[in-house]
Design a protein. Structure first.
Length: 256
């Protein structure tokens, strides 16, 4: 079960890291053009929240259907679970600007497919197959959000990965933001967690960063599409030793 929720990458090749698309099918296709699907050492990972546009055209259905296809065809294509996919697994409503995005997605499926089922069930099955985390051999740990201060040792981490979707620790890794009161975390929480999972630096999405990325201690928060004027992604050399966050910043690119 642990390996189902934690993908491990080797110390060779490349990795493109893309955060929250929120139904932007145009950006999704642009990011795919950066990736060579036929090169097994060239990976791409999307950090969850691929669905639920807030305004404008919603390409969530097109993204999910292409993601299902590519996940089945290419082992170097990765999609991590985000809180917006999680809400369909748990049937928890999620609101933005007073709009229920969970029911909105269901209505979108009905509109675009002409019916809701079996498409919605197939999409949720795909969401359940999504790993929570990706870790590189050179010590980069990648997730949608987090960390959780509930993880004090590797057994806590293992139990979270083996628990169901109601796990509070998993909730933290999908919803937490830096310094945000009750559900927030601080730089010391990042270092504590990285020590548990034997990693050097953490990469997350979830929080909109208008400048494209933000550094918090040993964590980079990345914004690739949603509500950001600078659409940033990472182009990582998997053989490279990232001794500092400055090394990671060198690999931040902007989608043009």
């Amino acid at each position: 079960m642990l390996m189902d929720k934690l993908n491990e990458l080797p110390d060779c090749g490349r990795l493109i890291v893309v955060s929250d698309l929120h139904g932007n099918f145009r950006d999704y296709k642009r990011y795919l053009k950066l990736w060579n699907s036929d090169d097994s050492d060239f990976h791409i990972v999307f950090l969850g929240d691929m669905i639920h546009a807030i305004d404008g055209e919603d390409g969530s259905v097109e993204i999910v259907e292409d993601a299902i296809f590519k996940s089945g065809q290419y082992p170097n294509y990765h999609c991590l679970l985000g809180n917006h996919e999680w809400c369909h697994i748990t049937t928890k409503d999620i609101f933005k600007a007073e709009i229920n995005l969970r029911t909105g997605f269901e209505n979108l499926v009905s509109h675009k497919k002409g019916y809701m089922e079996p498409s919605l069930t197939n999409y949720i099955r795909f969401f359940k197959s999504m790993p929570y985390f990706l870790r590189t051999a050179k010590g980069l740990f990648i997730s949608h959000a987090g960390p959780s201060d509930r993880i004090s040792n590797i057994e806590d981490f293992r139990q979270m990965c083996e628990a169901d979707y109601s796990s509070q620790a998993l909730h933290d890794f999908l919803w937490n933001r830096y310094g945000e009161g009750f559900n927030g975390y601080v730089a010391a929480d990042i270092d504590k967690f990285l020590n548990v999972v034997n990693s050097k630096h953490m990469i997350v999405g979830h929080t909109v960063v208008d400048s494209g990325y933000k550094i918090i201690g040993n964590q980079m928060s990345l914004s690739s599409s949603f509500y950001t004027s600078v659409k940033s992604y990472l182009d990582i050399d998997l053989s490279k030793d990232y001794s500092s966050m400055e090394d990671l910043i060198d690999d931040v690119k902007v989608l043009n």
